[in-house]
Design a protein around this ligand. Structure first.
Ligand SMILES: NC(=O)c1ccc[n+]([C@@H]2O[C@H](COP(=O)([O-])OP(=O)(O)OC[C@H]3O[C@@H](n4cnc5c(N)ncnc54)[C@H](O)[C@@H]3O)[C@@H](O)[C@H]2O)c1
Ligand SMILES: O=C(O)C[C@H](O)C(=O)O
Length: 332
């Protein structure tokens, strides 16, 4: 058996963690032969609840879990971790935009960035789930200067999964027949869900999604707004934000970092912009990426027409504003 790896989940007593921990513990992310030591971080008032989660992990009798470290201490939580799921933060309530959470949450990511810098392995892969995820990830990496910036990403995989499911549904095909749906920009209602470059497999042949849909106006209208507002729709229905689907997306995201993307396939994640597609540099912007050897590369050369250009610019502008606010908040 391989040596165990240390994996931290923050917000470990919360909703998303409750589903995510089980997926990690089953081997769905790091592999069915990879033992893990789970570091579970939450805040002091949640230690009693976290104790219950630890009891349940024990009672699941999962052979890959060779250690569990519940803690409210950042120096313990981040010590020697190789993978970090940064979930812990406040979720939004009905009527809020995700960026309304910036003042409540960004300082959490500043403090945890500093702790990652001090205690984690330098090759740690850090994915941010807590909202506003892109800007939290940017600030987390800024406060962890000894860890390569490329090791930080923020999750837009839930949006991608939503978009892929919506396209598959519209076409009446199975989810795995649809490939290369892209989420551009912010994990917010300004994101641009783009199926214009996506493909669908029908009867062994690959076809472009716009072609398969006969250039249905749905693709540039209802599809975009439905995916942009899906998080709010779940909150309106559940009175709580998405958790099972968010945990699944977090597992998908880290699994792709760990194992790479399949040939001919790309995935979306928010990574540090290098100016590709005219997006300002130094923003955590969701791009299509391919991954090999645990390193991502932004997919280059996709066609961007005037419609897409306008959408990319709107979401980049929002991220620039969030960054400015976050920098100011972290200086307080
Ligand atoms: N990126 C995405 O696609 C996506 C999807 C769903 C939810 N989210 C976000 O994920 C976050 C968590 O959602 P949830 O439903 O699990 O919320 P939750 O309230 O159920 O759980 C959050 C947990 O974080 C803990 N926490 C708060 N401050 C902390 C800190 N400083 N250190 C460690 N833990 C801390 C809380 O005590 C709580 O146990 C929210 O910000 C939510 O908006 C993001
Ligand atoms: O929408 C939210 O606030 C939660 C989450 O980011 C989601 O997309 O479901």
């Amino acid at each position: 058996m391989a040596e165990p790896i240390r994996v931290v989940v923050t917000g470990a007593a919360g909703q998303i963690a409750y589903s995510l921990i089980y997926m990690l513990s089953r081997g769905e992310v790091f592999g069915y032969d990879q033992p893990i030591i789970l570091h579970l971080l939450d805040i002091p008032p949640m230690m009693g609840v976290l104790e219950g989660v630890v009891m349940e992990i024990t009672d699941c009798a999962l052979p890959l879990v060779v250690g569990v470290v519940p803690t409210a201490d950042l120096s313990v939580a981040f010590k020697d971790v190789q993978a970090a799921f940064m979930v812990g933060s406040m979720p939004r309530k009905q009527g809020m935009e995700r960026k309304d959470l910036l003042s409540a949450n960004v300082k959490i990511f500043k403090a945890q960035g500093e702790a990652l810098d001090k205690y984690a392995r330098k090759d740690v892969k850090v994915m941010v789930v807590g909202n506003p995820a892109n800007t939290n990830a940017l600030m987390c990496s800024k406060y962890a200067p000894s860890i390569p910036k490329e090791n930080f990403s923020a999750m837009t995989r839930l949006d991608q999964n939503r978009a892929q499911a919506a396209v598959a549904n519209r076409l009446g095909v199975r989810i795995n027949q649809v490939k290369n749906v892209i989420i551009w920009g912010n994990h917010s209602s300004t994101q641009f869900p783009d199926a214009l470059n996506a493909t669908v497999e029908v009867g062994g042949a690959s076809k472009s999604v716009p072609q398969a849909l006969n250039n249905d106006p749905w693709l540039k209208e209802e599809f975009v707004t439905t995916v942009q507002n899906r998080g709010a729709a779940v909150i309106a229905a559940r009175k709580m934000s998405s958790a099972m689907s968010a945990a699944k997306a977090a597992a998908d995201h880290m699994k792709d970092i760990w194992n790479g993307t399949a040939p001919g396939t790309y995935t979306s994640m928010a990574v540090l912009s290098d100016g590709s597609y005219g997006v300002p540099a130094d923003l955590m912007f969701s791009f299509p990426v391919t991954i090999a050897n645990r390193e991502w590369k932004i997919v280059q050369g996709l066609p961007i027409d005037d419609f897409s250009r306008a959408k990319l610019d709107i979401t980049a502008k929002e991220l620039l504003e969030e960054k400015e606010d976050a920098v100011a908040l972290c200086q307080d």
